[in-house]
Design a protein around this ligand. Structure first.
Ligand SMILES: [Zn+2]
Length: 306
């Protein structure tokens, strides 16, 4: 199976650059860091602790070159798994908060990506818990970089701190500016959060696992061909799903919801894309043919392929 999965051309649609940084990459970025401190940051008990650790890693990215190093390391790992296409999420909300030069960082990561065989596009995302105004600044800036490899605006962070509807104007700004829209929803909050993400125009749902609680929503996703960016290992590691066996991946797939498989923040969750596919086979009995369908979905629902 592993050989087969390795050979499948794959796409990643839900992958945070800052969450892709493993301990070795972080040590390369900042050699002054204490290895014990780095190690400790890859362990956490709650989602909020995870978000704090994510923030800590992001704060260590202080120059455009630091982001470029992270990009180069990540793309090498993706290429080794036969990932051919990726829409990488850059936490522009965090960059603005750190008062960094977003254009300079973006140029550095684009140059790093250009040297890779993997096709790379960018999703700029805002941090939900920092509110509408900060998210609006991300959307406006993203629109300005639309011809510069930025294909979508996204909303991430702590889903419990604000429903998508509050950000409706921000999503509208991004859409009118020619960007695609994605939104984390149905990870920590129930089906209503997913309905709201759809209402504000999200074309793909980040996670969306709790859609399973609402049969009408499941039907809607299936009928309208709205894909979920499923990241099963992430859901278990953050505690949004109690155990992998409880994950609704199979039920959603069988109900006809378009499923894509992704990693979210691979080293923080001890996963990679091959592991996500293997987990789908091992735990949920996905056949090679079904996994080929999931892999094909990754390209079918990619913004620059469809
Ligand atoms: Zn995510």
């Amino acid at each position: 199976m592993r050989e087969y999965l390795q050979s499948l051309p794959k796409a990643e649609l839900h992958l945070h650059l800052e969450g892709s940084i493993d301990a070795g990459t972080l040590a390369a970025i900042n050699p002054a860091l204490d290895p014990a401190e780095i190690e400790a940051r890859y362990h956490y008990n709650t989602f909020l602790e995870f978000l704090q650790n994510f923030g800590w890693v992001a704060r260590n990215l202080q120059t455009p070159e630091h982001y470029a190093i992270a990009t180069r390391h990540l793309l090498r790992k993706l290429a080794a798994q036969n990932v051919r296409y990726v829409e990488l999420t850059l936490a522009v909300g965090v960059l603005l908060w750190k008062k960094q030069d977003v254009a300079a960082v973006h140029q550095a990561v684009r140059e790093a990506a250009a040297a890779s065989d993997v096709e790379v596009w960018w999703i700029w995302d805002a941090v939900r818990q920092w509110g509408v105004e900060a998210a609006g600044a991300v959307a406006e800036l993203a629109v300005k970089h639309r011809d510069d490899g930025v294909v979508a605006f996204g909303l991430g962070g702590d889903e419990t701190s604000g429903p998508a509807r509050e950000f409706a104007d921000v999503f509208t700004t991004a859409r009118r500016g020619g960007l695609h829209l994605v939104c984390h929803a149905g990870e920590w909050m129930g089906p209503d959060s997913v309905w709201q993400a759809l209402e504000v125009g999200a074309e793909r749902i980040g996670h969306g696992v709790r859609s399973i609680e609402d049969p009408a929503l499941v039907r809607h996703l299936a009928d309208q061909r709205i894909p979920l960016e499923a990241c099963p290992v992430s859901n278990v590691r953050t505690g949004s799903i109690i155990s992998i066996e409880e994950h609704p991946l199979r039920r959603l797939f069988d109900a006809g919801v378009p499923i894509t498989l992704n990693t979210d923040d691979p080293p923080m969750f001890g996963t990679d894309l091959l592991n996500e596919y293997e987990t789908a086979a091992r735990v949920f009995g996905f056949s090679e043919q079904e996994l080929a369908q999931v892999a094909a979905n990754g390209f079918a629902f990619a913004f620059m392929r469809s």
